[in-house]
Each structure stands twice: as C-alpha cells, then as structure tokens.
Design a protein around this ligand. Structure first.
Ligand code: TEU
Length: 544
C-alpha cells in the first residue's frame, strides 16, 4: 500500500499539497548515458513515495535542442528522445497516480524553440509572410535596418533581437534559440489550448505556466521607458483573458495551474489568482527573502494578505532550478536571493547554511498552503562550482561570462555513495560534472541516518500529512479556520500557531529561546540545548 494518503482524500488537493520539482535531466539516469530520463524517474518512484510528496512537477520534458535546458520547446507532443517516449510518459503518469502522486507538466507560452516547426516555416517563408506573424518579426532601425527594432533588454541580459540574413529581426526575451510567440494571433491561442488538452488527456493533474507574465506584448513593440504604464511586455491586461480561457479547459478536467508570476506588486500579482484564472502561483518573494525574522514575518504576512481577497492558497518555495541552492545561499553573508547578484566564488559557510536550510524547511513546511521542494533540497545539496568550460546555461554566456548561470543547482543527483558518479545512473559521466564531495550526500547514506537532511524531510512531510493542524483543507473538504496566528516571541524569533494545537517556532537570530509551555515536541531541525531551549538557526514543531 502506498505510504501517502489516497490522492482522492481531498478534492482541492492543490491547496496544501507538497509538490516535488523534478528536473528530469538531472534526477536519475535509467539508461546510463549520463542524462537523466523517464526510466530513471520511474525507478525512483518508491523513493518519492517514501519521501512523502503528493505531486511531481516536471520541468519541460518535450523535444528540445536544450538551448535553455528544455525551456526551448520544439514539439509539445513528443518527449525528447534523451528522456524517453510519450508512451513512457503516459506510463509514468499512471504509475505515479497509482502511488498517490499527481503529475504537473510545464508549459512555456512566451516562446518556442527556433527548431519548432512554426519557426522553421517562418524562416523559410521570408519577410512579410503570414508564417512570420506567429512571432514578432520586425525591420530594424537605422539607415539599413542595422539597429534592433526597439530598446528592450533580454531577461538573460543583452539585446533580445536577432537579425536574419534576409534583414528581418525577431524578438526573443530569453536566448536566441527561444523566439517569442505573438499572442495576438488566434493560432497561437488555439495551439496552446490544444496542448493543454493533450496533456490533461494523458492524465496530468496540473500545469505550471512558465514566465506567465511575459507572453502578451504591446503590438507596436514601442521602446520601454521606465515608469510607463502599461509596460510593453510585462503583466499586460490581455493575459487575463488568455488565462480565463485556459481555466475553462482545466475545469473540464479538474486540472490546476501554478503560474510563474514574478511581480513585486501584490495587487497585480493577485489578479492572476482570481477564481476564474490560475489556482496558484509561485511565491518567489518568499524564496528571495533573506534569513531575517522581521523580513520573513513580513513576507508571510504580505503573502497571506495578498492571497486572501481572491481566496487562493499561498505557495511556499525555498528553491528551484533557477536559483542558488538553499544551503549555499543561507551560508552566505547576504542570504537573500537576487538574480543580479549571482557571482563566482562568493564565500559560504556550508555548516551554517545547512543548519539554516533545515530550519527553513520546517518553517516553509509549516506555513498554510502548498509547498514546493526542488530535487536535491531533501539531500541538502550545496550549489556546485561548475568549471567554466563545462557550463551550458545560456544565462552565463549572455552575461558575457560574468554570471555563473544556473547550472550549479542542476547537477545530477547522488543516489548511491559507493557507485560510479554517486549512483546517478551508469558508467558514463553525467552531463554536468558532480563535485568530489557529492557521494557524501547520496540518498542511500542518508536513509536511516536520523540526523540526515533526508530523514528530516521525510519526517516533516509525514507529520504534514498526518497532523490535522497543517491542513488548509480538512478531510471533509471544508476550509480550515484561521490560517496562522503569530505568538509572542523575542527578537530574532518567529513563533506561530496553526490550528489543532500545532505550533512552529524558528530561532533565526536570538539567544537560545524557551519553547512555549504545555507543548510536546513533534520535530526539531537540530538539537535543543541542555536546558531544552531552541538554539539559533533551529526550528521546532510543537503540539499543545
Ligand atoms: O524563468 C523565467 C524568469 O524570468 C526567471 O526565472 C529568469 O531565469 C530570470 O528572470 C533571469 O533574469 C523561466 C524558467 O524557470 C527558466 O528556467 C527559463 O530559463 C525561463 O523561464 C525561460 O523559459
């Protein structure tokens, strides 16, 4: 029998699910060629059941030249042969579901790969053709059209325009191999609605929407002047109409969305979560927040306040495939996360970072809403230093080599300490090199070690499922009462109650702190001191 509750137990499972992010290429290598694949994921389903997660989010697994790790999709209806086949994906979705684990796939509406049939046809058809209307092709400025059509800046740095031999320029907010689609074109909308159905028909329970605030553009593609409203390509009102039509499709299947909605403005953010739009969005503000009690408390309060009016549940995220790994980040002097601040060789104290990451895990898993765990977080993996000549991330190249890019958090997982390449798969070297220290983080070594990160995650996820105080949705389907109540605490300490007597205390910066009286300890992220107090950088779950 599956260790998880039957997936049918709650209808609105997504309101408080623990969702595990699988970066397929680096999860587990089933055929031993150095690249992770679906066979690898299938072989590790028992591990995921044991870990106690309720859904898997797969980063793009479709046919792709991998110019941006798969976020350059050449064909949504084909699995990349490096990963497996469509039949295998269907099997995986069904097998996982049998085990109580749902599947979320990733859809990337802003752009496709330059190898997508549409883009190839647009190139072949030439300037002024209807095929080019599916994208944003323009003439350049300057006497010979030698200057880009506008002043926009790529999300990866540099000019987001590339000029073709025939003189036209095409827009790509990300890498050159990721041409932006023209969402004013009805065929673009139709195609994506069809892609959604294609995957819902294959049994997926949800869809992550990549770069969800970017697809719509001002049709004039005007220069961007800071402070101008509306922005020519961020968070445009047209998007809501698109997502409402997507919601209608999801509702036919009982499917859900999680949007990558990265917006500083709380009111604008919440608009994507109105009842007829997306179900959830990633809490990227919480993820970026420094290890500071006041800032984290404010982030939690802001999150709950911005979700409340639209009735959407919050999500809690510490890491993903785009950001510096948690133990490395929390071991740095500046523990926040800022895309612009990624540098080579920033010093870090991994022991401190690990202690904090353990406490942060208990904090995020205790908050009301859905929680995301990025593969390897449960193993306490640090960010890896990738030798420059092995870096693949386009972000590194577009920064002119100053930004290490995101490969350091995408290194193939260690499964078995005493096996080639820490048991990632076979005898072939993985696509990204693993640091020498990798074997010591192997899942097999951590299994059964009560002090390991893996044991902490397993126990925390087990309690999250079994303690009624964590639920946002009760087994009856009704909403639970008050999401969270702050309790009095000293400076540098966060203390809050959920319901049913459940309490979480996190000491971020204070001296050892007394735990509230008349409580029993369910779990701590590290040892209490001799007087039973909670030391700095430690969290505890209690029941009163
Ligand atoms: O990321 C979108 C995104 O805007 C950021 O995470 C991005 O990396 C950052 O803004 C750069 O400054 C998503 C995916 O998560 C990422 O892996 C892809 O590279 C990107 O979209 C393009 O599809």
């Amino acid at each position: 029998m599956a260790a998880n509750q039957p997936a049918e137990a709650t209808v609105e499972w997504w309101r408080d699910a623990a969702i595990y992010q699988v970066y397929v290429r680096s999860f587990a290598d089933g055929d031993g060629d150095g690249t992770g694949d679906l066979a690898g994921v299938r072989s590790r389903l028992p591990y995921l059941v044991e870990l106690g997660v309720e859904a898997l989010w797969f980063t793009p697994w479709y046919l792709s030249p991998l110019a941006d790790g798969g976020y350059d999709v050449a064909d949504y209806r084909t699995i990349d042969p490096a990963f497996g086949t469509l039949a295998e994906a269907e099997k995986l979705i069904a097998e996982a579901r049998e085990l109580g684990i749902r599947t979320i796939v990733d859809v990337v509406p802003n752009h496709v790969s330059d190898q997508h049939v549409w883009f190839k046809a647009a190139l072949a058809a030439g300037p002024g053709s209807p095929e080019r209307e599916l994208f944003h092709f323009r003439q350049g400025r300057g006497t010979d059209g030698e200057l880009p059509p506008n002043n926009w800046v790529s999300e990866f740095g540099g000019v987001p325009w590339t000029r073709l031999d025939d003189g036209d320029w095409y827009l790509h907010l990300f890498a050159t191999g990721q041409p932006d689609l023209n969402w004013a074109h009805p065929a673009v909308r139709r195609e994506h609605e069809d892609v959604l159905r294609f995957w819902f028909d294959r049994g997926v329970a949800g869809v992550r929407i990549d770069s969800a605030v970017l697809p719509a553009k001002d049709p004039a593609l005007p220069d961007f002047t800071p402070g101008t409203d509306p922005h020519p390509f961020v968070d445009r009102d047209e998007l809501h109409d698109i997502y409402r039509s997507w919601r209608a499709i999801a509702d036919e299947y009982g499917g859900i969305f999680v949007g990558e909605v990265w917006l500083p403005d709380a009111e604008r953010f919440a608009r994507y979560l109105r009842p007829d739009e997306l179900h959830t969005a990633f809490n990227l503000g919480f993820m970026s927040c420094p290890w500071d009690a006041d800032l984290l408390r404010a982030s939690v309060d802001d999150t709950l306040a911005e979700h409340a009016p639209v009735g959407a549940p919050a999500t809690w995220v510490l890491a993903n495939h785009d950001v510096t790994r948690t133990v490395t980040r929390y071991g740095r002097e500046d523990t926040g996360f800022d895309f612009a601040a990624k540098t080579f060789g920033t010093p870090t104290d991994l022991e401190l970072g690990t202690r904090r990451a353990r406490a942060a895990a208990l904090l995020s898993l205790a908050l009301p809403g859905a929680v995301y765990v990025y593969q390897g977080e449960e193993l306490g993996l640090p960010e890896a230093d990738i030798p420059r000549e092995r870096i693949e991330d386009p972000m590194h190249f577009r920064s002119g080599g100053t930004d290490p890019g995101r490969d350091g958090c995408r290194v193939p997982l260690p499964w078995t300490a005493d096996a080639p390449y820490a048991g990632f798969g076979g005898d072939t070297e993985p696509w990204l090199p693993q640091p020498e220290s990798w074997a010591k983080y192997a899942a097999d070594l951590q299994t059964g070690d009560p002090d390991s990160m893996l044991s902490l995650y397993r126990e925390a996820l087990r309690l999250r499922r079994t303690e009624p105080g964590f639920a946002v949705v009760r087994a009856s389907g009704e909403a639970a009462e008050a999401p969270l109540t702050w309790l009095p605490s000293g400076p540098g300490v966060l203390s809050f109650a959920r319901h049913d007597g459940l309490i979480c205390v996190v000491n971020l910066a204070g001296p050892p702190t007394e735990l509230p009286g008349h409580t029993s300890v369910l779990l701590t992220s590290g040892p209490l001191d001799d007087e039973g107090r909670l030391p700095q950088d430690t969290a505890a779950w209690l029941r009163s």
